[in-house]
Design a protein around this ligand. Structure first.
Ligand SMILES: Cc1cc2nc3c(=O)[nH]c(=O)nc-3n(C[C@H](O)[C@H](O)[C@H](O)COP(=O)(O)O)c2cc1C
Ligand SMILES: Nc1ncnc2c1ncn2[C@@H]1O[C@H](COP(=O)(O)OP(=O)(O)O)[C@@H](O)[C@H]1O
Length: 301
């Protein structure tokens, strides 16, 4: 997929353009993108970064990084994405000017968006305005019950299964493996300490079943109360894996919340509980994925 940062970087050709912020690329977002793909014109996305609500001064925890958003859009078959900087200049553009400079300039013939899509200064622009300007408008109805904010709420509650139902794929943590306290190895369960990308939402603390790098994983999110910790740690233990992960980017799927983290009577009891967690991870079910399946985890025989 081609990635552009200004309209000039995209050649003018007959395009169907899906517009939106698309944080998380959930089922509703994919319905909009699919409408563009189904036209047979070059499927193109215009997305905004930073997130418009963040640019407007609100606090929004993202479901996915821009990098991941672009990967997911590429996976569903988008040919080119224009990342429009959500700057004060862009916010001040009259909708007609936005349509000329961003849509007409790249050859957009059809434009797909959700029925609540508004754009341009004072949010005056909508799909009706684009239709009056001569674009074929594809108004995609909202997928009921699916929204980025509902996904954030589910994650705060530890409901990764509910989040997956809205995403149409397992929810993922995204970050880099950094050094921890070097304790996991001595417990017999080495964990990769994940530094979550700072703009991302962190799910409720607890122990989860999930997967990373094609391995099932037991994932601890929390402060390690058994050791009197205070900082949040995200630590996946990958089953049937040996190797050095330091410095790697890791996507960690969370499939199911197993239990709350807690302090134990002694370290032996913690290790026994981790053993039971690992056994639960071996039989956990991956949420269904309606996008292409990248991390196929055959259930154990
Ligand atoms: C499956 C799993 C469950 C865990 N459960 C707990 C827990 O209930 N309480 C706790 O304090 N730490 C828990 N931990 C975190 C361990 O204490 C942590 O992995 C260990 O302290 C290693 O830290 P390090 O990677 O920074 O060396 C768990 C870790 C894993 C992998
Ligand atoms: N099965 C595994 N799951 C997770 N990390 C593993 C695994 N096997 C080896 N590692 C490596 O070991 C490191 C974790 O060892 P650990 O003693 O817990 O150290 P740290 O405190 O730095 O996390 C990981 O960062 C990774 O590089």
């Amino acid at each position: 997929m081609k990635i552009a940062h200004s309209p000039a970087q995209l050649e003018r050709q007959p395009r169907a353009v899906a517009i939106g912020t698309f944080d998380g690329v959930h089922r509703g977002h994919r319905a909009v993108v699919q409408a563009a793909i189904d036209t047979g014109l070059a499927p193109t996305v215009i997305t905004f970064d930073p997130h418009p609500r963040i640019a407007l001064g609100n606090h929004v925890e993202l479901i996915a990084t821009l990098e991941r958003r672009l990967e997911l859009l590429a996976e569903v078959g988008v040919e080119a994405t224009l990342v429009a900087g959500f700057t004060p200049e862009l916010m001040a553009l009259e909708p007609e000017d936005f349509a000329e400079r961003y849509l007409r300039a790249i050859g957009a013939e059809a434009v797909a968006a959700g029925d609540d899509f508004r754009f341009g200064a004072r949010r005056r622009g909508d799909l009706d305005l684009l239709e009056r300007m001569g674009f074929d408008v594809l108004e995609v109805p909202m997928v009921p019950g699916v929204s980025s904010s509902a996904i954030r709420i589910a994650l705060h509650a530890g409901d990764v299964t509910g989040a997956a139902a809205m995403l149409g794929r397992p929810y993922e943590l995204d970050g880099t493996v950094v050094a921890g306290d070097q304790r996991g190895g001595t417990l017999g369960y080495p964990t990769a300490n994940l530094a979550l990308e700072p703009q991302l939402v962190c799910p409720r603390h607890g122990i989860y079943a999930g997967a990373a790098l094609g391995h099932r994983a037991a994932v601890s999110i929390g402060t390690n109360p058994h050791y009197g910790g205070t900082e949040r740690r995200i630590e996946p233990h990958l089953l049937d894996f040996e190797g050095d992960l330091y410095g790697r980017r890791l996507l960690v799927e969370l499939w199911e919340l197993l239990r709350d983290e807690k302090a134990f009577e002694n370290e032996g009891a913690l290790v026994e509980q981790i053993g039971r967690d690992v056994a639960a991870v071996r039989v956990a079910k991956r949420p269904p994925c309606d996008a292409r399946d990248r991390l196929i985890q055959p259930p154990p025989a």
